[in-house]
Structure formats: structure tokens, C-alpha cells
Ligand binder design. Structure first.
Ligand code: SF4
Length: 358
């Protein structure tokens, strides 16, 4: 195999979650939107993996696919989602309900989507404890108070009796995290959990997640559009663009040595990250709707480095250079230790190989 010296997948062996070539599409009268188009990544226990990209890049659809929350007109078309050795894409709704909120819990951007305004916060945590840990009565109340204390809610024995509207935004998000923990999950999916919060509260929530992770050896998948947040929380990062992962690397490597032109653009748009320029750089244009098969680079219309082949060859994730196993980019400029002609050939070969495997 011509491309064997440069791996095409960033997934590894001992993971709690392994997503391989996931494809999720939405069918409308006019078009098929390939919201997630061949995404592969994995998460190990005790690790935080970031998924970053602009809105419309497919981050949330990836999370919803893992949670079994894709509803018509959407559908998982192919690929695999393996959680703790079990394939999830073949599960029926009843089986999925056990996993959702049990082994895998999710925290959304708006805590009010998870909290019911007519029940006290305590009762909602107790319901999760009853369903997932079989706790009832005073035992459940005690545990609900413990969980509220664990997420840093002061005076927890009083606040357990309060309603969501009596909590501030930051406290509500803490309560949602307490509810998620009541399920004793192995994987926590956080979808922009700090976006609606001010920076001080945001920092507190990120710190809280890190503490919980250490205590429980929890795997966390953290979705955000904010590179600053990713730098704070993630161990490894997947950058998504128009339904595809375009770069994967450990967080320090990604920030010190970004390769994909899209990642570079995202990093240049962080305030304070461009010391020699007075103004922030933005990436012109919007993320395109991925409504046709990727036979070219979807970033090409916005890419400052685009060249002729970018409109003709679909770049796949390859190591950025030989031996850089944990750093891959889907860009025809890489691997960078071969000629550009050879790099393009490697992408063509890898694409043909993956088509043959399907
Ligand atoms: S493949 Fe071409 S257009 Fe796409 S990111 Fe690389 S250089 Fe830019």
C-alpha cells in the first residue's frame, strides 16, 4: 500500500469511545446535507478530547449521533460508534435509553434545556439517581446534596429544595453537571457548556470539570467554537470543518505547531494571539453546507494556500510528516516531508483505499 508509511486514522487501541468513519446526513426535499462526513476519533478514560470548529461544522451532530439523538429527516448512514467495546449504531431506542444518561451523559449549552422548571433541582437529581443507581428516599436526598456540594453549590441542603429559576446561570450549569454525575457516567459529552456564561463563571466550570474528571477517571468529549476554552481543557483536539475532521493533535502541539490552514486561521482569530498585528485576523466567508460528496477540499474557497488540485482531490487525514502518528491533517500540503506531487498522490491513494474498504 503506497500510503502505509502515513497513517490515515487518528484512532488508537485502548479507548472508551471509538468513532470510525461516521456519516450522518439530513434528507430534505432539495438536498442531502452530509453534516458528519467520515469522522473518526477516539477518547481514552480520564482524557478530555476537544472538538472545535465554527458553527455548522458538524460538532453537535457528531455528539448527537453518539447519543442516539438523530431524528428524521436525519440518519446515520454509515461508520461505527463503539463505546466500551459495544457497537452503538445498531442499538434500538430502548437499549439506547439505558446508555443515554447512564454510561454516557451530556451537558448542553443552555442548562434550561436539561432542567424542568416545575420540579425542584433536588427532585430532578433524585430522579436520575433512582433511574441509574436505584436510590430512593432519604438515601437519594443525601446523595443529591453530596452531588450539589461536589459541583460547588454552597448551602446545598437548602438549595436542593429550590427550583431552577432560583439558581443563577452558572449555578444552573453546575446543577446540570450534578444531574449528569448522578447517572455515574463513564463518558461526559459537553456541548458548548460554558458559552452562555461570563468568563469568570466559565473558568470555574472548566476547573470543576477537571476536578470531577480526576476524581472519577471520566472521559470527556468537549465541543466548542472557542480555541481559548480548548487550550484550557483539552488533552487532544480534533478540528472540524464542513462535516470533516481536518486536523488532530495533542493540545500543546496543535497550538505550537498548527498545520491545516483552517486551524491556523482559527488560532489567528484569538485575541492576543497575533502580537505583531494590530487587528484580529478573521477567516473570510462562512462554512459551506456539505451538500455534495467531498471530491475536493471543502475549505478551498476560503483557504489562503489553495492551489489547482485543491478543487480536484479530496484531502484525507494523513500524518503531517512521517512518524507524527498523533498529528494528522486533511490538507494536500501534507505530509510535508515529501514533494507536493507525492503528497497529492498519497491523498489520492488513501481515498481510493478507504472507498474500497466501504
Ligand atoms: S487542501 Fe488546499 S485548499 Fe484545502 S486546506 Fe490544504 S491548501 Fe487549503
Amino acid at each position: 500500500m503506497a500510503s502505509s508509511e502515513y497513517t490515515t486514522s487518528a484512532t488508537r487501541g485502548d479507548s472508551i469511545l471509538q468513532v470510525e468513519n461516521l456519516q450522518t446526513a439530513f434528507f430534505t426535499d432539495k438536498e442531502v446535507i452530509r453534516a458528519v462526513d467520515g469522522v473518526s476519533f477516539d477518547i481514552e478514560r480520564g482524557e478530555t478530547v476537544g472538538i472545535v470548529g465554527e458553527s455548522g461544522s458538524g460538532k453537535s451532530v457528531t455528539a448527537r449521533s453518539i447519543m442516539g439523538l438523530i431524528k428524521s429527516p436525519g440518519r446515520i448512514l454509515g461508520g461505527s460508534i463503539e463505546f466500551d467495546g459495544e457497537e452503538l449504531t445498531t442499538k434500538i431506542e430502548k437499549e439506547y435509553r439505558q446508555i443515554r444518561g447512564g454510561d454516557i451523559a451530556m451537558v448542553f449549552q443552555d442548562p434550561l434545556t436539561s432542567l424542568n422548571p416545575v420540579y425542584t433541582v433536588g427532585n430532578q437529581i433524585k430522579e436520575a439517581l433512582r433511574l441509574h443507581q436505584g436510590l430512593r428516599g432519604t438515601e437519594a436526598t443525601k446523595e443529591a446534596i453530596n452531588l450539589l456540594e461536589a459541583v460547588g453549590i454552597p448551602d446545598a441542603s437548602r438549595r436542593v429544595k429550590e427550583y431552577p429559576h432560583e439558581f443563577s446561570g452558572g449555578m444552573r450549569q453546575r446543577a446540570v453537571i450534578a444531574m449528569a454525575l448522578a447517572c455515574d457516567p463513564e463518558l461526559l459529552i459537553c456541548d458548548e457548556p460554558t458559552t452562555a456564561l461570563d468568563v469568570t463563571i466559565q473558568a470555574q466550570i472548566l476547573e470543576l470539570l477537571q476536578e470531577i474528571q480526576e476524581d472519577r477517571d471520566l472521559a470527556i468529549m468537549f465541543i466548542t467554537h472557542d480555541m481559548g476554552v480548548i487550550a484550557e481543557i483539552a488533552d487532544r483536539v480534533n478540528v472540524m470543518y464542513a462535516g470533516e475532521i481536518v486536523e488532530t493533535a495533542p493540545v500543546v502541539e496543535l497550538f505550537e505547531n498548527p498545520r491545516h490552514p483552517y486551524t491556523r486561521g482559527l488560532l489567528r482569530s484569538i485575541p492576543g494571539n497575533t502580537p505583531d498585528e494590530d487587528r484580529l485576523t478573521t477567516i473570510e466567508g462562512d462554512v459551506p453546507t456539505p451538500n455534495e460528496p467531498a471530491t475536493y477540499c471543502r475549505f478551498a474557497p476560503r483557504c489562503p494556500k489553495a492551489f489547482d488540485e485543491c478543487d480536484k482531490v479530496h484531502p484525507v487525514s494523513l500524518e503531517v510528516e512521517a512518524g507524527a502518528e498523533d498529528h494528522t491533517a486533511a490538507c494536500l500540503l501534507y505530509p510535508e516531508d515529501v514533494s507536493q506531487e507525492r503528497a497529492i498522490e498519497l491523498h489520492r491513494e488513501a481515498e481510493t483505499e478507504s472507498e474500497e474498504e466501504l
